[in-house]
Write a protein that binds this ligand. Structure first.
Ligand SMILES: Nc1ncnc2c1ncn2[C@@H]1O[C@H](COP(=O)(O)OP(=O)(O)OP(=O)(O)O)[C@@H](O)[C@H]1O
Ligand SMILES: [Mg+2]
Length: 238
């Protein structure tokens, strides 16, 4: 059986600079897998490549049994791979509800879309309360909730989250992590990029540590959280 996502020796370059230098990992359906690592490790580059926004320089990616080589970004969303990007990228002048509807832009099932909007208003009550308000008026944490819900509106088989906790207060960060845990409990498959290694490893089935374009260490969340080098480099211990 192939995993839902199979990344094999993936390389990505910006001009002459190789940002991702041949990484391999898999995500099985139902898992939460995390990529952790310091600034510039290549995490965002990896997600943007999986989404079809960047063209790989080498290696292969297969999703749901199909190679992604040459497949455009819209088609990749249609195949079931959704991306909540770094920095959220919500549409600030559009209302919360309009942002959610844009997440479903490839769907035609009006009733299903309405059901999903109702579902995410239940998961994130603040979004429901402010549904007609411009999304730019939301706080950072609320915008993160909207970005996650918008990505989920495509009913993805795999949800990729790029630093959902970035710039959030500890309480808001905890709330976002709880939501990811809840999505996992509901069976959502997630590829989570985080600089907050502790929080990510606590909820991940599997993790990979990236350093300057390479995966330098892999293991279960449990193994990595107890790994001495991870504790020193990423969990602030000396
Ligand atoms: N558009 C670009 N043009 C040139 N170089 C880039 C571009 N985007 C990223 N890079 C470089 O590629 C490398 C990997 O960047 P990337 O954004 O993937 O890192 P990251 O792991 O997501 O870091 P962070 O945790 O800071 O978000 C870095 O050295 C970065 O400077
Ligand atoms: Mg990044």
């Amino acid at each position: 059986m192939m995993a839902l996502l199979e990344v094999e020796n993936l390389r990505v370059a910006y001009g002459k600079i190789e940002a991702v230098k041949g990484i391999s990992f898999t995500v099985e359906a139902g898992q939460v897998v995390t990529l952790i690592g310091t600034n510039g490790a290549g995490k965002t580059t990896t997600l943007r490549t999986l989404s079809g926004l960047l063209k790989p320089a080498g290696g292969s990616v297969s999703f749901d049994g199909q190679p992604l080589a040459g497949v455009g970004a819209h088609k990749i969303v249609a195949m079931g791979l959704a991306h909540s990007p770094e920095g959220r990228r919500i549409f600030p002048r559009l209302s919360i509800e309009e942002n959610l509807r844009l997440g479903a832009f490839l769907r035609k099932d009006t009733e299903g879309i309405a059901e999903d909007i109702a579902r995410y208003y239940e998961l994130f009550p603040i979004l429901g309360e402010r549904r007609r308000q411009a999304a730019g008026t939301l706080s950072g944490g609320e915008q993160q909730m909207l970005a996650m819900a918008r990505a989920l509106m495509s009913r993805p088989k795999l949800l990729m989250l790029d630093e959902p906790s970035m710039g959030l207060s500890p309480i808001m960060m905890q709330k976002i992590m709880e939501t990811i845990r809840e999505l996992k409990a509901q069976g959502t498959t997630i590829l989570l990029v985080e600089q907050n290694a502790q929080a990510a490893l606590e909820l991940a089935d599997y993790g990979h540590v990236m350093e300057i374009g390479n995966v330098v260490l892999s293991g279960t969340g449990e193994e990595l959280i107890h790994d001495e080098s991870v504790r020193k480099a990423y969990l602030g211990e000396d």
